[in-house]
Design a binder for this molecule. Structure first.
Ligand SMILES: [Zn+2]
Length: 179
């Protein structure tokens, strides 16, 4: 791990196992990293359930995808708050929009590329808390738990993310260390 010059966020699994930190590309850590040691998948990878324009938005707000996160993903609008950006990034994971994830990542921490685990299905997002991040702030944090299933196992990932404005638009910076 000493070869990582950038300070990448650390994932902490809180599923009743000892705290385990994963150093690597930020949220979500590649499934094979945090799933290592768990029994081998029994099922073939499945594509995530399709999200259509009229589907409930994956981010959990009470709006259809087309009225919620799709305008952000399609570049027709910018997320007005850090929380909306966080939610739209979660939705981007759900719909497999890696371009949006990279676009909304601060240049100083953005990975060169991003490969999503096709078998990972994102099943829900809980926003646990926020600081700053409004139209009147230049920084903000969003603490969340992202739920998913992978090869039949339900799991979740926790992160307290930092967001900053870059050229006026909210971008993801990194994860704060677990308290
Ligand atoms: Zn949404």
């Amino acid at each position: 791990m000493g070869d990582l010059s950038l300070k990448f966020p650390k994932w902490v699994q809180l599923q009743g196992v000892p705290l385990r930190r994963v150093v690597g590309v930020s949220w979500p850590a590649p499934a094979d990293r945090h799933n290592r040691g768990v029994s081998k998948p029994k099922n073939k990878p499945r594509r995530p359930a399709a999200v259509t324009p009229t589907s409930p938005c994956p981010c959990g707000r009470a709006e259809a995808y087309r009225d919620c996160c799709a305008p952000f993903h399609e570049g027709r609008a910018a997320a007005p708050t850090a929380e909306r950006l966080m939610r739209s990034r979660y939705s981007a994971f759900a719909v497999g929009d890696t371009g949006y994830l990279l676009r909304t990542w601060h240049p100083s921490t953005r990975p060169g590329s991003l490969a999503l685990e096709p078998a990972q299905r994102w099943t829900g997002l809980d926003i646990l808390g926020t600081t700053g991040g409004s139209a009147f702030h230049a920084e903000g944090t969003v603490e969340f738990r992202a739920h998913y299933s992978l090869h039949g196992h339900a799991d979740s990932q926790y992160e307290n993310s930092r967001f900053v404005r870059e050229n006026g638009q909210w971008v993801y910076l990194d994860a704060l260390p677990a308290a």
